[in-house]
Ligand binder design. Structure first.
Ligand SMILES: NC(=O)c1ccc[n+]([C@@H]2O[C@H](COP(=O)([O-])OP(=O)(O)OC[C@H]3O[C@@H](n4cnc5c(N)ncnc54)[C@H](O)[C@@H]3O)[C@@H](O)[C@H]2O)c1
Length: 290
């Protein structure tokens, strides 16, 4: 048996909003390998995630793979990754959004520090564009910049805030991207293609700086999958169908496949892998016109 053993490790997982998205599946695989979990979800979805973690109706969703029991988190925190500090969220906006306490990245990391002296794994599974339904030529400057702020810069901001807790732990950071970073995918609007290109470039840059401390930074580029975020992309159904038919493996994307690759990137099995973008898309990225 090859050991994939994350016991004694703490994983900070962003981007859980329900039991469908990639982050939920990633959290389950990390915990099945023994990691303790701290979830940092958008403040608006925290109460929703609480239900998925506790209600009887979701018991089946919480079953861990490999017969490793049931998903149980050390803590569920609110974190708006668009905000580095509380000062970035005007009081009126906090009230309007119903934010309680310091839900900035700095505030979230201070709570993480109270819960654990160290973090070993940081998962970035967050993306948002307010204009996702608009094709690129129609996207406003503000929409474009928001997509970059939430979907790309947040990787750097989270890494910067988490790194002191990762010191001496040979940490692993993994972000989620999509093929539109390197190929034209007209349906993928709202400036998200540029945001994913920036995310991948930033992961390579961060890999250099993180490497000095023994940490690794990698990206998993997943094929299209009908998560809550993806359902707002125009024609996601066609993107999913195309992948299932036109990829070398001729099958759709299963979130467990994405989670398994993330687990690999967080494990001993990938000790010397960093700055990489691994495709989990049934091989679709390798195809040319046909
Ligand atoms: N579903 C796909 O087809 C697909 C394909 C490739 C890559 N991805 C990427 O996978 C990652 C996860 O997406 P998903 O498809 O699982 O959808 P999802 O809707 O489950 O996850 C997106 C998450 O981003 C969070 N989020 C948005 N704005 C935020 C903010 N300001 N602060 C904190 N959290 C915020 C949402 O609350 C949600 O939890 C994203 O980076 C996405 O781009 C998705």
């Amino acid at each position: 048996m090859i050991p994939v053993d994350l016991s004694g490790k703490v994983a900070l997982v962003t981007g859980v909003a329900d039991d469908v998205g990639f982050a939920w599946h990633i959290a389950k695989y990390l915990q099945a390998a023994g990691a303790d979990l701290i979830l940092a979800s958008h403040p608006r979805v925290v109460s929703i995630v609480e239900r998925f973690l506790n209600r009887d109706k979701s018991a089946e969703s919480r079953v861990l793979p490999y017969g490793r029991g049931e998903l149980k988190v050390k803590a569920l925190l609110g974190c708006d990754v668009a905000c580095d500090t509380l000062a970035d969220i005007p009081a009126a906006q906090r009230e309007e959004k119903g934010y309680e306490g310091d839900v900035s990245i700095a505030g979230c990391m201070a709570k993480v520090r109270e819960l654990s002296p160290h973090v070993d794994i940081l998962i970035h599974s967050v993306a948002f564009s307010p204009e996702i339904a608009k094709p690129l030529p129609e996207v406003s400057r503000q929409g474009y910049l928001t997509a970059q702020s939430v979907s790309s810069y947040s990787l750097t901001a989270l890494y910067h805030a988490a790194e002191p807790l990762m010191r001496g732990r040979n940490g692993s950071v993994v972000g989620l991207s999509y093929l539109a970073s390197v190929r034209a995918v007209p349906f993928y609007g709202g400036g998200m293609s540029s945001a994913k290109a920036a995310l991948e470039a930033d992961a390579r840059q961060l890999a250099w700086f993180a490497g000095e401390h023994g940490h690794r930074v990698n990206i998993v580029s997943a094929g299209p999958y009908a998560s809550r975020a993806a359902r707002s992309i125009g024609n996601i159904g066609k993107m999913i169908d195309d992948t299932a038919v036109k990829s070398p493996l001729r099958r759709p994307i299963d979130p467990d496949d994405v989670a398994k690759t993330v687990l690999y990137l967080c494990s001993e099995l990938s000790t010397n892998v960093t700055g990489a973008t691994l495709y989990v898309d049934a091989g679709y990225h390798a195809m040319g016109a046909w």
